[in-house]
Design a protein around this ligand. Structure first.
Ligand SMILES: NC(=O)c1ccc[n+]([C@@H]2O[C@H](COP(=O)([O-])OP(=O)(O)OC[C@H]3O[C@@H](n4cnc5c(N)ncnc54)[C@H](O)[C@@H]3O)[C@@H](O)[C@H]2O)c1
Length: 249
């Protein structure tokens, strides 16, 4: 098993069809003790229970620094170590540039970018002390190709920010044996689009995907497993594209 006895925190892992939940289930099957962090306490707990024995579900808004600090303190109290953090929580909005209001900007940037920073800040001291750790950050193909799928430009900016943050943290934390990598998923079938992606648009998107299908949450979970485990021991600062060839660069 690739994550035997490792403690892995995954944010945004309560959503039943989401990338975070698929990642949590994949990590649990590989022997990890998984901490599901999500907005709603009952949903996070239920998700943890769905993984089997020995996992933990905690409520925290990743954009809220005191909530993040409290949740991570509980993880440390419970397990005594943190081996993996997957910064997966994110939201999107299909807005055009001129329609983005300050509140929209704050909401989208706060979850993906501030959340990634704050969660990472909360686990880094312990990972440093352990001289071991893997942080995986969820970006998006929309950061690389300039949006155009579902999220607005503020979503692309948030996800491009995640790439920059992850790369800079990778450089800074390498000497402490803490690896930081990103995943850039293409279009993955989850609930994030809220059913707003209509069939016609879907067909047009499929035409641009060499592998001829949309992504599954499991496709991204498998990439997260690779980056979380020692299979990727010599990788840091990379961006792993999981997009069926939608963007080849
Ligand atoms: N689905 C896609 O096509 C796609 C493509 C590229 C990137 N992504 C990214 O992958 C990640 C997961 O997306 P998904 O499609 O599984 O979405 P999803 O909506 O199914 O799941 C997102 C989860 O994040 C949680 N969340 C939202 N705000 C939060 C906050 N402030 N604090 C804690 N949890 C919060 C939600 O409750 C939900 O459980 C996101 O970062 C998303 O931007 C998704």
């Amino acid at each position: 098993m690739l994550l035997q006895d490792k403690v892995a925190i995954i944010t945004g892992a309560a959503s039943a069809r989401g990338i975070g939940r698929a990642t949590a289930a994949t990590f649990a099957r590989q022997g990890a003790r998984v901490v599901v962090i999500d907005l709603d306490e009952a949903a996070a707990r239920d998700a943890a229970i769905s993984l089997g024995e020995g996992h933990l579900g905690l409520a925290a808004n990743v954009a809220d620094e005191p909530e993040v600090a409290r949740a991570v303190a509980r993880v440390i109290e419970h397990y005594g170590r943190i081996d993996v953090l997957v910064n997966n929580a994110g939201i999107t909005q299909p807005l055009k540039t001129l329609d983005i209001r300050p509140g929209d900007y704050d909401r989208v940037l706060d979850v993906s970018l501030r959340g990634t920073l704050q969660m990472s800040q909360a686990v880094i001291p312990l990972m440093r002390q352990q001289q071991a750790g893997s942080i995986v950050c969820m970006s998006s193909v929309s950061a690389q190709r300039g949006g155009g799928i579902f999220g607005g430009p503020h979503y692309s900016a948030a996800k491009a920010g995640v790439l920059g943050l992850a790369r800079a943290m990778a450089r800074e934390l390498g000497p402490d044996k803490v690896r930081v990598n990103s995943i850039a998923p293409g279009l993955i079938q989850t609930d994030i689009t809220g059913g707003l992606l209509q069939d016609e648009r879907r067909h047009a998107i499929l035409d641009g995907i060499p592998l001829g299908r949309l992504g599954e949450a499991q496709d991204v979970a498998n990439a997260a497993l690779f980056l979380a485990s020692d299979l990727s021991a010599y990788l840091t600062g990379i961006t792993l594209d999981v997009n069926g060839g939608m963007l080849i660069h």
